[in-house]
Design a protein around this ligand. Structure first.
Ligand SMILES: *[C@@H]1O[C@H](CO)[C@@H](O)[C@H](O)[C@H]1NC(C)=O
Ligand SMILES: *[C@@H]1O[C@H](CO)[C@@H](O)[C@H](O)[C@H]1NC(C)=O
Ligand SMILES: *[C@@H]1O[C@H](CO)[C@@H](O)[C@H](O)[C@H]1NC(C)=O
Ligand SMILES: *[C@@H]1O[C@H](CO)[C@@H](O)[C@H](O)[C@H]1NC(C)=O
Length: 674
């Protein structure tokens, strides 16, 4: 008896081992699917699951409502799964991509607190890469983000807990036993993806193909991945999608999924088509309903013809490009921004920045607070290149950069829409406000933030982005007094000739590296020079150059240098700080400020080295005798006064410094500027 029981028990456990519980679903259209949707996701009347709806900077999620057991809690073994789905990405502007979408396995069906754009609605700045996320994703990404080591701007990748893919490849499918054919993810054509995980072999395969091509024998991605620490006993499956600065739409036409079995085949002919279903039928049904409306509209049109003709003339004078007309309105209409800023009224005027006037506003629909920058703009520039440029600026995303969220163009004016920074610009707190100064803790936090933001511009992006106008008034403060760098990327737009205001010289006196006046060329090193002036400004609470009616009154670098030579460096600090500051940090900032302000570009550290010094990872290299000598001969005051001639010994000092300056900084672990 006991034997028989034991035998059955054995059979039972064996069976459990061989075939764990299987569960599956298949949607050839989503009419009946009761998905958990959020953000812009919606099931259309055609049965298509629309993830994003041609708006920029948005994201959406769609999850199957019941969770699956991806981990056997008693044995700790992960489950196998297989899924396939058909997607279409339609960018708003042909050839300008708009982020992407991902198949996701997640502990929650909501993915709260995530970001759009390159974060694909999956993560935010702090959660990206954390093992606590328990997220497995197959990303279809149409933008290259260097910070996530993306292989190109059209790739497929497997992500575990973060956006830096475990394995990725340019989008392609095998059309034979070994050769791959490239595919564009945002061609507007339907494509099918198969993602399969074999828990026994720990093999994760992803295969891609155009909809009407049978499943290729060779997967695009195949990797051995142990998912047992990522999987949980209850997880949801679904999709996440996002758009960036440029809008686009992401659709899912059909989806099949199975846990611990092979998914059922999607039937291409059963899938809904993206083209509207039989329009004639619809027209018949709705004509009775719309007829009275049409009559009223007709009357309105008749009555407003003279007005419209007048407006049309004016609009044509504005000359919207053919290309622009073809693809319809942009994210923000002029009307939206006009309303948001109450007609660019005086009480909403925030100030004149380097590139134009800035207005505060609140978007009517979302109640989002924004800052609108109005810039003169040469409307002759090709719209396509212009949008490409704007969208590349918009893709720069860092917690210490003021985020660009949109734009519009009208009659020679370009309007850029940014996140509103409630605490205004830093210079106000340093120079203008007697009542409220910033504590040292706040100042040091802002300095480190801006250094990180500038390092991102210099090294974190496909191309080096020069800021060219770093100064306290370009540093904005959010509600938590985090420093954010504004106006980045605009110098580049200016260079491409899309801004009309061409007479402007970049940079501001006192922040302008001396070599710029010789070569006219900005470099990362000239940005570092301006950053040095900024460091001194924040530590000392003084402007780089203070003028009196009689001429130059104070050149900050010279003054700090003098104090240092007298061994009283710390006396340079802002008196308003009293004794509330950390001596070591103050010294780091002042010494670094001087080093970055060196008149010789080669002596200045790179932003990476600056960040390392500020983080205390390496100490600030000391200024040598030669450095000091060079400072005195190249002093800003002398240059302003016109005495730039180097004495004989000064010339020798310069020659000596070239090499010793290099040696000094070669001690730092990373090589010089890029
Ligand atoms: C797109 O979705 C957003 C968020 O749900 C919504 O506010 C907006 O009106 C939608 N736009 C269109 C054109 O459907
Ligand atoms: C980032 O996401 C995590 C959850 O994944 C959340 O706890 C955190 O508050 C989010 N951070 C921000 C800044 O939204
Ligand atoms: C396919 O794309 C890859 C990566 O973008 C590129 O290197 C390769 O030249 C392309 N091949 C063809 C045949 O276009
Ligand atoms: C997979 O990872 C888990 C925990 O991370 C570990 O216990 C297990 O042994 C691994 N499996 C294999 C086959 O390496």
């Amino acid at each position: 008896m006991l034997h028989t029981f034991a035998f059955f028990f054995f059979l039972f456990t064996l069976k459990q081992k061989i075939s764990p519980v299987a569960a599956d679903f298949l949607f050839n259209a989503f009419h009946t699917a009761e998905l958990i949707l959020n953000g812009a996701a919606a099931v259309q009347s055609t049965g298509i699951l629309r993830l994003t709806n041609n708006t920029n900077q948005e994201f959406s999620h769609a999850f199957y409502p019941t969770p699956f057991s991806f981990l056997n809690t008693s044995s700790g073994e992960p489950s196998s799964f297989s899924t396939s789905f058909v997607f279409v990405i339609i960018p708003r502007y042909i050839e300008i991509s708009s982020e992407g979408l991902a198949f996701v396995i997640s502990p929650t069906p909501t993915l709260a607190d995530t970001l759009p754009s390159q974060f694909l609605g999956l993560f935010n700045l702090t959660s990206d890469g954390q093992a606590t996320n328990h997220i497995v994703a197959v990303e279809l990404d149409t933008v290259q983000n260097k910070e996530f080591d993306d292989v190109n701007d059209n790739h497929v990748g497997i992500d575990l807990n973060g956006l830096t893919s475990v394995v990725a490849a340019p989008a392609a499918y095998a059309n034979g036993s070994s050769s791959f054919q490239n595919l564009s993810l945002f061609s507007g054509q339907p494509m099918r993806v198969w993602a399969e995980y074999d828990a026994k072999k720990m093999e994760f395969n992803v295969t891609l193909a155009p909809l009407n091509t049978p499943k290729p024998a060779l997967p695009l991605l195949s990797s051995i991945i142990n998912l047992s620490s990522v999987f949980l006993s209850e997880m949801y499956v679904g999709f996440s999608s996002s758009t960036g600065t440029t809008a686009g739409s992401h659709y899912i036409l059909g989806w099949s999924f199975c846990l611990n079995c092979r998914e059922r085949e999607l039937v291409p002919s059963d899938l809904p088509s993206l083209l509207p279903l039989s329009q004639t039928k619809k027209r018949n049904r709705t004509i009775a309903y719309w007829l009275p409306v049409a009559v009223v509209v007709f009357l309105i049109i008749i009555l407003s013809v003279p007005f419209l003709v007048f407006r049309r003339r004016r609009q044509l004078a504005e000359s919207a490009e053919d290309w622009e007309m073809e693809y319809g309105p942009k994210r923000f209409s002029y009307g939206d921004l006009h309303r948001a800023t109450r007609g660019f009224s005086d009480e909403n005027f925030l100030g004149s920045g380097g590139f134009g006037e800035v207005y505060r506003g609140v978007l009517a629909k979302s109640k989002q607070a924004i800052a609108v920058k109005r810039i003169s703009h040469d409307s002759k520039q090709g719209m396509k290149e212009f949008i490409a440029e704007i969208s590349s600026i918009g893709r720069l995303r860092h917690r210490n950069l003021v985020q660009l969220i949109g734009y519009t163009r009208r009659r020679g004016k370009l309007m850029l829409v940014y996140d509103f920074m409630p605490n205004g610009s830093l210079d106000n707190y340093l120079f203008n406000r007697v009542d409220q100064s910033l504590t040292w803790k706040q100042r040091f936090h802002i300095i480190k933030g801006i250094a990180a933001g500038l390092l991102y511009l210099h090294e974190g992006w496909e191309q080096v982005v020069l800021h060219r106008d770093i100064k306290a008034s370009n540093v904005l403060l959010d509600a938590g007094f985090n420093g954010k760098l504004g106006d980045f990327g605009l110098a580049r737009l200016h260079d491409r000739g899309s801004m009309a205001e061409t007479t402007r010289v970049f940079g501001t006196l006192g922040y302008l590296a001396p070599e710029i006046s010789r070569t006219g060329k900005s470099t990362t090193s000239s940005d570092v020079f301006a950053f040095g002036a900024f460091l001194l400004e924040v530590a000392c609470g003084k402007k780089p150059v203070e003028f009196k009616t009689s001429g130059v009154d104070l050149v900050l670098v010279d003054w700090v240098l003098e104090l240092m030579e007298r061994g009283e460096l710390i006396e340079a600090r802002d008196r308003r700080l009293g004794n509330e500051f950390v001596v070591e940090e103050m010294e780091i900032v002042l010494r670094l400020g001087l080093l970055c302000s060196s008149p010789v570009a080669e002596v200045r550290p790179s932003m990476r080295q600056v960040v390392q010094c500020l983080e205390g990872q390496v100490s600030v290299p000391a200024l040598t005798e030669e450095h000091l000598f060079m400072f005195h001969s190249g002093s800003i005051k002398k240059r302003l006064v016109g005495d730039v001639s180097l004495s004989g010994s000064g010339g020798r000092a310069l020659a000596a410094m070239g090499s010793s300056g290099q040696d000094q900084c070669a001690g730092l672990p990373l090589s010089f500027g890029r």
